[in-house]
Every structure is written in C-alpha cells, then in structure tokens.
Design a protein around this ligand. Structure first.
Ligand code: AMZ
Length: 331
C-alpha cells in the first residue's frame, strides 16, 4: 500500500470484499495550511483515489483539522429480471436477436434475489417494450405477490390507465420510457398524482434517446430529456447507455455524469456492470446524484455477488466507524 506523502491519513471506514479493502480516509494535505481532505480509497495492489481532489474542493470538504464525516445514503444495488415470453433473459445491447436465457421460473429467480439481500427488484417486460402491449402480466403479478421487497416495472407502459392499474396491483413504481419522450406532459401529470412512484427510463444510443424496445432512435439528446423532468416529483431517472447494456464491459461514467448533472431527480445507473470494481467506480458520482445501480447479467453469471455488492457500495457499506490506526487497518 502506497499513500502519497502529502497525506497523513486515518481510516474512517473499512470494509473488505473479495480481497479489496476500501474505506474513507481523512487526511491533511499541504504544509502549514492544515487542510483536511476526505478520500475514498480502494486498496488493492496500490492505492486508488475514487473522489478527485477537485471534487472534494467543490464539495467544500477542505476544512481545518479532523472532521467527522456525515453519514452517507447507501447506493441501491437493484437486480434486474428481464422477461421475454415468460422467461428470465438478458439481451446483448438490447438486441432481441441476441438472447441469453437464464431461468424459466421468474418467481423463483425473484425470490432468490430477495433472499440474497436485494432491497428492490427491477422488472422489464421486454415483449411489452417491443409491442406496446402487456405480455408478461401473469409473471409480473406472481412476482409482485411473492415478494416482500418493492418491485418496479418498465416495458410497454404507454398510457396513464395502464400505469395506474400496475400501481394498484402491488407494484411500487412504474417506469415510462417511450411515453416520456412522446408525451412528457402525461408523465408529469402521473408524477404529480403519484409522487415518488413514477420513474422515467432514458435509454440512450450515442447520446440520443431510443424508444420502443430500443428499435426506434430519436434526435433528442438524452440530457435534454433528463432536464425536461428536473422539477418533477419522479422517484428516479433510470439511465441506460445501450452500447454498454448486457456487455459486462463497465458503465459509461461520462454519460451517467451528464445525466445526473442535467436533473435534480436521482439517477439510477443501468448498463455494463460486470465486476465489483465497476460498482465502486460509481461512488464518485454519488455527489452528482447517482443513487443506485441496476445489475443484470453479472449477477446471473456469478461475476458479481449480490451480498458483496451490497457490502461494497450498498446498505452493508461500513462508514464513519472509528477504526484502528491506519497501519493496523492496512496490515
Ligand atoms: O433491452 C431492450 N431492448 C429494452 C429494455 N430493456 N427495451 C426497452 N427496455 C426497457 C427500458 C425501460 O425500462 O430500459 O423498457 C422500459 C421502457 O419501456 P417503454 O415501453 O416505456 O418504452
């Protein structure tokens, strides 16, 4: 472990997942000025700074002396179940011709995520997204009835009546994609009637909004659509970079930053998560308003373990625990 000589640091947080040790540090930087800096570190073979120093300065974390960190909201790690003809699948970059089938028992799959600690489930009716008609309602109702955690659903919700029917039948939130682009005023009305229960799904191909199962591309910038809903009482914006979705290649951080900066509504990142490091790479975006992440293929593949993910960035994340001296903590 190497720490820059410029920092004299103490760990305030310590957690270990799969050999990675990560924690927050408080340290002084600069001579005589006595400035304090909060660092979020992942300790592996070396030392990695997750929060850029400019960001700390912007957040006015430079203060004299040691400082107690405020408790942070954990990030939500949300497993996804995408339904196609009643089965749990994942598509590659949203392409209906590149399907991997993971389970033909969506209720058992949903219960398994719940049992592993999920605090919310993300459901997509892929047939619904493509056709605009509800196709997987039997599975959706069975999952909602079987689970005790909140469930959100997107795909094919194109009218206020359909959204309200779903909210009345036990879903916690409904996600509107196509309609958010084509009839934004309908989304605003719904959000006003059901505050914190409507989510806008913004799916972007090369920065432009895609709709109808990602088959149609528009000329609207994803950031402009996010800005349109900045003052609405939406629960979240789910932002998907289609090029990364289902690839396990890592999230598009600059896209997520653009989206989070465009709107005051919390952003849930979606697409590209393949490793624990990818999840950790989202932490610096918390300050911009990224408050959760949807994980699909990596959970099915076992590349990411849900309990580990929750410990790394979610509710199991240790924070602000007065810890042993640095030398002990880093062994
Ligand atoms: O993978 C796809 N091709 C896909 C997908 N996952 N197409 C749409 N969707 C999801 C969106 C959003 O949650 O991410 O369906 C929802 C949007 O559906 P609609 O019918 O409102 O545009």
């Amino acid at each position: 472990m190497r720490l820059s000589a410029a920092y004299t640091a103490q760990p305030a947080v310590l957690a270990t997942t799969r050999g990675y040790r990560h924690f927050s540090l408080l340290g002084e930087r600069g001579k005589g000025r006595g400035r304090t800096v909060e660092l979020q570190a992942v300790l592996d073979r070396g030392f990695r700074l997750l929060v850029p120093v400019q960001e700390l300065r912007r957040r006015e974390l430079w203060q004299p002396g040691w400082q107690q960190l405020p408790p942070r909201q954990p990030m939500q790690v949300i497993p996804a179940i995408d339904l196609l003809e009643g089965q749990c699948v994942r598509l590659h970059q949203g392409d209906y011709d590149q399907v991997t089938r993971f389970s033909d028992d969506p209720v058992a799959q949903a219960l398994s995520w719940q049992q592993q600690g999920a605090e919310r489930l993300h459901l997509v009716d892929l047939d619904g997204a493509r056709t605009g008609q509800p196709v997987n309602d039997a599975a959706i109702r069975a999952i909602t009835a079987a689970l005790s955690i909140p469930v959100q659903l997107g795909g094919g919700v194109r009218t206020a009546e359909r959204a309200e029917e779903l909210l009345a039948c036990g879903l916690d939130r409904v996600i509107l994609g196509t309609v958010a682009l084509e009839q934004p005023e309908l989304v605003e009305e719904l959000a006003a009637r059901h505050p914190q229960r409507i989510v806008v799904g913004i799916d972007a191909k090369n920065g432009k909004v895609a709709t109808r199962g990602w088959i149609e591309e528009s000329s609207t910038e994803a950031g402009d659509l996010a800005r349109r809903f900045s003052a609405s009482p939406l629960a979240a914006l789910i932002c998907t970079d289609i090029a990364t979705d289902g690839t396990l290649a890592g999230p598009n951080l600059s896209f997520l930053r653009t989206m989070a900066e465009a709107s005051a509504v919390p952003v849930i990142a979606s697409g590209g998560i393949g490793t624990l490091e990818h999840l950790l790479s989202l932490l610096p975006l918390e300050a911009q308003g990224v408050s959760g992440v949807i994980v699909g293929r990596a959970l099915y593949d076992g590349r990411v373990d849900l309990a580990e993910a929750l410990a790394a960035i979610g509710s199991g994340r240790l924070q602000d625990v007065p810890a042993s001296p640095l030398s002990e903590a880093i062994g």
